[in-house]
Design a protein around this ligand. Structure first.
Ligand code: FAD
Ligand code: FES
Length: 506
């Protein structure tokens, strides 16, 4: 996420370069003043765009051009090459674009292009209510305003903080290497500036799909024209003695992450219960704070169910290399004030305990409202639930995935954001199918893992490269079809797989 303050490299594009230096389909890095600019030529047309992604500053020169878009190598954000618009999350802000001219055998870059404001659409009397101030809820509100929605937008969130970059809470922020001002998705002023009525610490307790009315936790009522349900998931709590003590934490919200950071200041030894993504990312982050970390989990290998055995061995070895001690094929049966008891009978000292044993989707509202629910809120390809005008997105939504041919529900940041974006367009009447290829990333120390597609089971795992050497593409196949691909330091391959899956599904 760090911004480098090196002098921009490459040719001065304001002075121009020979047109022959930029072949069709090629990219070239240069600069205009202090700004690093990337030239991209596709189908004869040249674009001049900011060289770094607006999400975490990923190098777009290592990205992939697909049609009139460029995809970021790190977390697959997708930008329009003509307008710079961040068409698909996790980036939200547009890329700066420059005027560019090709004449007399030269390509010359001119001034920055001012993006045109959105055209107003929809009636100012209409009201969209979003339940949830997380990934899906925030991205929906942002997209409504970005595309000029003129109606009222109300976002109701149980959280006590405005929407945050949740993935950061178990990574750089928890490790102490990201300052707190990196965490909010937008500053407080943004909501007022964009006329988004964000109401924090506000619970919705019931939805009446017939009258299009909500009941709030305090008994208040609120009408809606369109509704987005984006209530996400909550950490599973363990029903074991001692699980409710003050030094026992789960990790979902900014408040949770802050509480763990505060406890970590004086803690000497943490026991992480569960070798889940959150558990292991928290383990890595707490190692960066120089705390002794023990992970207790029932499986033989961490994350084997998602990635297979070789990858599981790699993840264990990576954490062991950083000093994590595993207690696998074991579980915690009780938590004391200063230790935990394991099923094996052993005890481990612990002055901090983090439980990362998975999450459960928050479905109660949908169930109570009589919406169709099937291990998630059932939605169609437009992300609309069984009740017209009520949409669902993110961790709670089970949708028809055109890539796997199954109805799936996943718990990924980028999926939740993109679903929020598409739901917003549909609430505005655009009628757009949700067809994005599922994608997630996870970070352990300096090792990023990218995953494209969705494989709940497979019959063959094909490994190209070497997992242990942190240079691999791992394909998960079922009956000859590649369902998903995990990769380490093979960003180009990961992007190509996503583009190919996107094309296959039409
Ligand atoms: C610490 C952490 C790290 C993660 N890292 C990654 C990662 O690296 N990569 C990845 O792909 N995924 C990651 N995830 C998962 C990712 O964050 C989730 O998939 C994503 O946040 C889901 O978005 P959502 O909008 O569905 O739900 P959430 O972001 O959980 O938002 C749900 C919102 O609904 C509100 N809400 C719930 N019930 C009510 C109610 N009744 N009334 C009002 N408001 C309500 C909540 O307060 C919250 O604001 C991580 C998750 C966590 C917790
Ligand atoms: S840095 Fe580009 S998508 Fe994250």
């Amino acid at each position: 996420m760090a911004q480098d303050d090196k002098k921009p490299s490459g040719p001065d594009l304001a002075q121009g370069i020979p047109a022959s230096d930029l072949a069709d389909g090629a990219m070239l890095m240069g600069h205009v003043g202090e700004d690093e600019v990337l030239l991209v030529r596709r189908a004869g047309k040249v674009s001049a765009i900011a060289a770094h992604c607006t999400h975490y500053h990923g190098p777009l020169a290592d990205g992939l051009v697909v049609g009139n878009t460029i995809r970021c190598p790190w977390h697959h954000a997708c930008f329009d090459l003509t307008t710079g618009e961040a068409l698909a999350a996790p980036a939200l802000s547009p890329l700066t674009c420059w005027q560019v001219e090709e004449r007399a055998g030269k390509i010359v870059v001119g001034g920055k292009i001012e993006p045109p404001g959105p055209q107003k659409t929809g009636s100012p009397a209409e009201r969209v209510v979003i339940i949830g101030g997380g990934a899906a809820g925030f991205d929906a509100a942002e997209m409504l305003r970005r595309r000029g929605y003129a109606g009222n937008v109300i976002m109701l969130s149980l959280d006590d903080a405005a929407p945050v970059d949740r993935p950061n809470l178990s990574k750089d922020y928890l490790a102490g290497s990201a300052p707190e001002d990196w965490v909010p998705l937008r500053g407080d002023d943004w909501y007022a500036d964009n006329k988004i009525d964000l109401r924090l610490k506000t619970e919705v307790s019931a939805i009446d799909p017939k009258t299009k009315e909500l009941t709030l936790g305090d008994g208040g009522k609120m009408k809606f024209d369109k509704l987005l349900l984006a209530t996400g998931a909550e950490p599973i709590r363990l029903d074991i003695p001692g699980a409710r003590q003050i030094h026992v934490h789960t990790l979902r919200s900014l408040a949770d992450s802050r509480a763990i950071i505060a406890a970590a200041k004086s803690a000497k030894r943490v026991v992480v219960i569960g070798a889940s993504f959150i558990g292991l990312e928290a383990a890595a982050a707490l190692r960066a704070r120089d705390i002794e970390v023990h992970v207790v989990a029932p499986e033989q290998r961490p994350l084997e169910r998602v990635f297979g055995s070789q990858f599981g061995d790699f993840i264990r070895a990576l954490h062991v290399e950083h000093g994590v001690k595993f207690h696998l094929e074991n579980s915690v049966t009780a938590i004391g004030a200063k230790n935990v008891t394991l099923k094996s009978g052993a005890t481990l000292d612990a002055d901090l305990v983090v439980i990362g044993v998975g999450v459960k989707p928050r479905l109660a509202l949908a169930e109570k409202a009589g919406l169709k629910v099937d291990r998630g809120v059932s939605v169609n390809e437009y992300l609309e639930t069984s009740a017209p005008g009520i949409y669902a997105a993110g961790d709670i939504a089970r949708w028809p995935d055109p890539h796997s041919g199954e109805r799936i529900r996943v718990e990924h940041w980028v999926v939740a954001e993109r679903q929020g974006q598409i739901a917003a367009l549909n609430m505005m009447g655009v009628k757009m199918r949700y067809r994005a290829v599922p994608f997630f990333w996870s970070q352990h120390y300096d090792v990023p893992i990218n995953y494209v597609g969705h494989a709940e089971k497979w019959d063959v795992i094909e490994i190209d490269g070497d997992v242990m050497k942190r240079d691999c593409v791992v394909r998960y196949k079922l009956a000859g079809k590649v369902l998903a691909v995990a990769s380490i330091y093979r960003d180009g391959d990961s992007l190509k797989v996503a583009a190919a899956m996107e094309k296959q599904a039409g």
